[in-house]
Write a protein that binds this ligand. Sequence first.
Ligand code: S3P
Length: 460
Amino acid sequence: MQNAPAASPPTAHGHGPAQPLSARRSGPISGRMRAPGDKSISHRALIMGLLATGRTHIEGLLEGDDVLRTAAAARAFGAHVERLGPGRWQVDGAGLGTLLQPLEPLDFGNAGTGTRLLMGVAGGHGLTATFDGDASLRKRPMRRIIDPLILMGAEVLSEAEGGRCPVVLRGTPDPAPIEYRTPVPSAQLKSAILLAGLNSPGRTTVIETEASRDHTEKMLAFFGARITVTPDGEHGRKIVLEGRPNLRARDVVVPADPSSAAFALVAALIVPGSDLVIEGMIMNPLRIGLLTTLLEMGADITEIERRIEGGEDVADLQVRTSRLRGVDVPAARAPAMIDEYPVLAVAAAFAEGETRMRGLSELRVKESDRLAAVAAGLDAAGVTNRIEGDDLIVTGSGKVAGGGKVATHLDHRIAMSFLVMGLASQAPMTIDDSSMIATSFPTFQPEMARLGAAFSGDAS
Ligand code: S3P
């Protein structure tokens, strides 16, 4: 094993100065927009490029901070990663089984996905790596990833209290084949096990009771791995991966991120007079829980063209301002819209009647405790809401007073959700820090402004 030059940015556990931002009642949100590249697929494209032999080309890569951290980590593991132009990247793989040991701690910033997926990769290789990130990442549970990796033969040399980052992981060059039933419906957990299992001499099986997003499975198959996915129980899946495949470099096209498109979609629904076309929205059933829910709420959304992009079903959607009504969102839908609850809560605030979102325990361990952050943001805006167990209940009256200041807790989706609220509330909404938006949607502010959104700098 050799050392590779470290490529991570210097370790920083916070970020630059906070950048407050306000959004105020806007004219219609209209025109056409395409969200940036899907974050989940962007991370995976770089990781598969690292593990394959040969040169992988990626088009439409999300150039958000989270993904750039994964690119830096891929370099530290021995890939040659180069940016050719906007969204165009190439990766010369280090190759499965022949990764290098990073020289320095890997700083993943705010990115849980990069951290957890690469923990899986490292856990299945004979190397030691340190995983760290910002104050938000340092609060997130890593035990769920570490536990199966230990079963496969990896070791934790050190970790912060409660199984948190910084984590020093010593991987195994011969990961044991395991069968693992995931205790939480997490695509990050499933992916970490599969990525560790790639270098196993045997067969790795992951069973999930509730199916989570399947981009890892699709991309593994695309790069040449033998993987089968079969239904298991009412909502679950069983995934079986044969170890030590010959992974060949491929060209990857990254479709637009439905979790980013969600902000423009909800803005168009709640701002009067809006008529927006959202291009290339991923229609993967494991990502469109928000769309299903909004349609149930009475949203005027029409699919105008469906096609395949980058191996995913995508569609252009026409969205017009709608009178929304409250609905009951079943817990089983959570994995298909796990990142969309904050912006759904905003839509619910503008709806008439009660919206109950069930089974949100996983929201407590995202970039922030999103359940608490959403409830506090709704309080600040004068929206009636309550938490009962793991359910969030929002009582809308068709309009929102607004005027509050929202604490974002280093969470990009809390930031964007409450800015969207401000575009239609009576008084502006202010967020304490917009800088984290760059982790997933660096062009959010100019892009939304182009469509008609009114923002202004610190109005606190
Ligand atoms: C992701 C999975 C989800 C999601 C995250 C991205 C992924 O996390 O919240 O933003 O790319 O696999 P969990 O798998 O922990 O639910």
